[in-house]
Design a protein around this ligand. Structure first.
Ligand code: CO
Length: 336
């Protein structure tokens, strides 16, 4: 799941960006190498387990993305399978079609069906005890868009080849942009890959899709999701004003609606600060309470809402994404 770049941010690179919320979330200290209890599995191994489940589910669901398939069924199937394999949801499964680049996760009673000519992005997330795997692929039902699918995939592969301790995000952005432009498309400049941390999906360091003047250094021991977006449109996304994904913010406010209090209790228990879908809530909260509760919580900024993001109408967007760890001698891709 991508990190939108706040419009005030000139270079999508550093801490101190507009997205303060993620910085203030409580971070548990990463486990010290001191005498850990023998039962305790180290974070790297949890990243690996999450990655294994995420890649398996991604590939299984990819084979179910067909003309006539319902977006709702694909989201539900992916999430059920993640849980069945022993993972938890790091964010709701996204099925974003055509000019929609990101953050579309079917609402309850979604009638969206995959049609001939569509280009479909599947983006899913798994965590094991807060250690996240985030991966995406694109399937095209339009032969003319095969090249677009290849462009984001090749950009991702080339950028991954540059990863090692001290790699700079500006070099990644440059090779992503050059590769996608080489195919005659535009990279989406306001979407970025992102650092991962325990129960933190969008960490402070970002990985831009474009060349930027100043980057950040990637360090050994860090985890990232690198995602590339190629577009036949403007290369920029806008908020469509549709909100299907939310996350709980670290604020406490008095709440008037019972639905609002129920939502907070459920989400704090099941997702902590990780994103969740409206579809999930609809299974546990009655319709009217859900509508009133969501309204109060978003108005009071207790919930952050992620708008569905789209490029220009009629354009097409492809995406590719892997999660990786930076090791002493390079990279370990957890979702390959
Ligand atoms: Co992501």
């Amino acid at each position: 799941m991508t990190r939108p770049t706040p419009s005030s941010e000139e270079t999508p690179t550093s801490e101190g960006s507009g997205e303060k919320q993620t910085d203030t979330q409580p971070k548990s200290p990463v486990s010290e190498p001191k005498e850990a209890e023998p039962e305790e599995i180290d974070p790297e191994e949890k990243y690996r387990q999450a990655g294994k489940i995420a890649s398996q589910v991604r590939d299984e669901i990819a084979s179910k993305i067909k003309i006539g398939a319902r977006a709702f069924d694909l989201c539900e199937a992916a999430e059920a399978r993640i849980l069945e394999l022993g993972g938890r949801l790091a964010f709701p499964t996204n099925i974003s079609i055509n000019e929609v680049a990101a953050h579309y996760s079917s609402p309850e009673n979604d009638a969206t069906i995959i049609e001939e000519g569509d280009i479909v992005k599947l983006d899913l997330g798994v965590h094991i005890d807060g250690y996240i795997a985030d991966t995406a692929l694109t399937i095209s039902f339009n032969p003319e868009l095969e090249k677009l699918v290849k462009a984001s995939r090749e950009a991702l592969d080339k950028a991954l080849e540059l990863i090692k301790p001290k790699a700079n995000s500006k070099d990644l952005g440059k090779i992503i942009e050059d590769t996608i432009r080489g195919y005659g498309y535009r990279p989406i400049r306001d979407l970025s890959g992102h650092q991962l941390d325990e129960f933190v999906l969008h960490g402070p360091k970002t990985l831009p899709n474009i060349a930027v003047p100043h980057g950040v250094s990637l360090e050994e021991g860090e985890a990232y999701a690198l995602e590339t977006f190629a577009s036949t449109g403007s290369g920029s996304v806008h908020d469509t004003g549709q909100y299907l994904i939310f996350s709980l913010q670290p604020v406490r406010k008095p709440l008037r609606n019972r639905g609002a209090r129920d939502i907070v209790r459920l989400v704090a228990r099941e997702f902590k600060s990780l994103p969740f879908s409206r579809r999930y809530l609809s299974k546990h909260i009655p319709k009217l309470s859900l509508a009133l509760g969501l309204r109060e919580l978003t108005t009071k900024s207790v919930l952050r809402q992620y708008s569905v993001l789209a490029d220009t109408k009629g354009s097409h967007v492809s995406q590719a994404e892997h999660t990786f760890l930076i090791t002493s001698d390079g990279i370990e891709i957890t979702t390959s």
